[in-house]
Design a protein around this ligand. Structure first.
Ligand SMILES: [Zn+2]
Length: 476
């Protein structure tokens, strides 16, 4: 009890100090209103307007998230978010908001403190891993629902890909998010925990906001805008999307060094503590190769960040990849992770139920890159070695695989052969044409298994996929 009260007092005091300091610092630039229940800045700081999309004329209205964030204690991030949800397919009486980190790690890492809903007569029910909001009437297509959520994120966990290590904080899957809606099943998707793989996926949306942070920390994200404000002690980092992205991920670190390359309108940046690895030129080469095959990369920044990951070589986010400092990262890993900029970020997939799609495509993309580097004999040799992997695991949901090895053998290795079998039907040029078409038609959307199979069978004029899947996996 005492501990809880002390903690509350500490939080309140630190929030007030933080608010006072930021007020004192920025009052000449910004107007801030009063403290809202002693916790958080009530009114958003004025910030640059969301940047103009290059495709605005063709873009439909998308859901957007606006954040105000700061560390209220060394172990806690405090945030206020405004979600403008645009109904897209989910013409139901409810909206599901997921608390991703809670679902993935089965711990109450995101704690909701306050909720306000723009529509009258809305009720909500807060569960451990999600929040269901109920309305009196069905929501209409294109309707806008505005939600204000105040929440805290416990970052003390030090968990891989989420939490805090000595000089680094990884903020992944850290905020309440409207669940992806599966139109064919007519229901909201919910995440479930997994010891391996990526048990989450997101719709493409817009993000904006600011992050107030002590100057000793440096915030890294591909969405940061140039106008950072500062004084002796604090920085305010602003962020905003030009094009929709799937996730808002930050790395917060001390002592980061940065190496950059600028070519045309794209900046590639590599953040490392030490030692610097020979990574950035390779990344540039890989990205240029994929742009030839799949089309233009979606953002004007691409970041590679060295982080200490135990069980992963790398992981992908929108506009950014984490590369493990505990592993040797070569061309194959870099090419796989950058492949996800097309098959995860641009074209999304259901990574819980159909993880084979983005993983096989990222792996196959890396193989295409290595083929260009080392020649066709290398490619064929790789394909032959993939055929040796166990074929009994099948194409399943993440939850059907018992171990990381089973999961990887099935979704990275055997499933990668799917694309080689397709290529052997009518050659590489035809395969590239089909993959380009999918990139174009499904950009900023989610590509489900059945849609993918349908496209391929249409493009190859026949039921070509059945025979290929039979060859890939032993049917019982
Ligand atoms: Zn992958």
């Amino acid at each position: 009890m005492k501990k809880g009260k002390g903690k509350l007092l500490y939080m309140a005091v630190s929030a007030i100090i933080c608010l006072f300091l930021s007020y004192a610092i920025f009052s000449h630039v910004f107007t801030m209103s009063h403290i809202n229940e002693g916790k958080i800045i009530k009114r958003p700081l004025p910030r640059p307007k969301q940047q103009e999309s290059q495709h605005k004329h063709t873009e439909r209205k998308r859901t957007s998230y606006d954040f105000q964030m700061f560390f209220s204690s060394p172990q806690k991030l405090t945030a206020q978010q405004k979600i403008k949800y645009i109904v897209n397919g989910a013409k139901k009486q409810d909206i599901r908001i997921l608390l991703p980190a809670n679902l993935i790690y089965e711990e109450p890492l995101i704690k909701i403190k306050k909720i306000r809903i723009s529509q009258k007569d809305a009720k909500y029910k807060l569960q451990e891993g999600y929040l269901d909001i109920f309305f009196l009437q069905d929501l209409k297509e294109g309707e806008e629902v505005v939600l204000f959520i105040e929440f805290e994120v416990d970052i003390s966990r030090g968990k891989e890909r989420f939490g805090k290590t000595k000089n680094m904080i990884l903020l992944t899957n850290w905020y309440p998010v409207v669940a992806p809606f599966n139109e064919k099943q007519g229901d909201w998707c919910t995440f479930s925990p997994s010891r391996f793989g990526d048990p989450y996926f997101y719709e493409s949306v817009h993000f904006s906001g600011y992050f107030l942070i002590n100057k000793e920390w440096q915030v890294v994200s591909p969405l940061l805008t140039k106008n950072k404000e500062h004084d002796n002690k604090y920085n305010i980092y602003f962020f905003a999307t030009k094009e929709p992205v799937r996730d808002l991920t930050f790395v917060v670190g001390k002592n980061f060094k940065c190496e950059t390359i600028q070519k045309d309108n794209l900046e590639i940046a590599y953040y490392y503590v030490s030692p610097r690895r020979d990574i950035i030129r390779r990344a540039q080469d890989v990205l240029a190769f994929y742009e030839e095959i799949y089309g233009k990369y979606g953002l004007d920044k691409f970041l590679l960040v060295d982080v200490p990951l135990q069980n992963f070589w790398g992981t992908e986010y929108s506009g950014m990849v984490f590369l493990s400092t505990l592993k040797t990262v070569g061309a194959r890993t870099i090419a796989h992770e950058i492949g996800h900029q097309y098959w995860y970020y641009a074209v999304g997939t259901d990574q819980l139920n159909e993880p084979w799609i983005d993983e096989s495509l990222a792996t196959y993309s890396s193989l295409l890159y290595l083929e260009q580097l080392y020649g066709s004999a290398y490619y064929e040799n790789e394909i032959a070695s993939l055929k040796k992997f166990n074929k009994s695991y099948g194409l399943g949901a993440l939850s059907v695989y018992k171990t990381n090895k089973e999961y990887k053998d099935a979704t990275y290795r055997r499933a990668c052969l799917f694309w080689d079998y397709i290529r052997k039907l009518q050659g590489k040029a035809k395969l590239y044409q089909v993959l380009q078409k999918i990139q174009k038609d499904y950009k900023d959307r989610i590509l489900y298994h059945n849609d993918l199979i349908k496209i391929i069978n249409e493009e190859y004029k026949g039921d070509v996929t059945k025979e290929i899947l039979d060859k890939l996996y032993a049917t019982k």
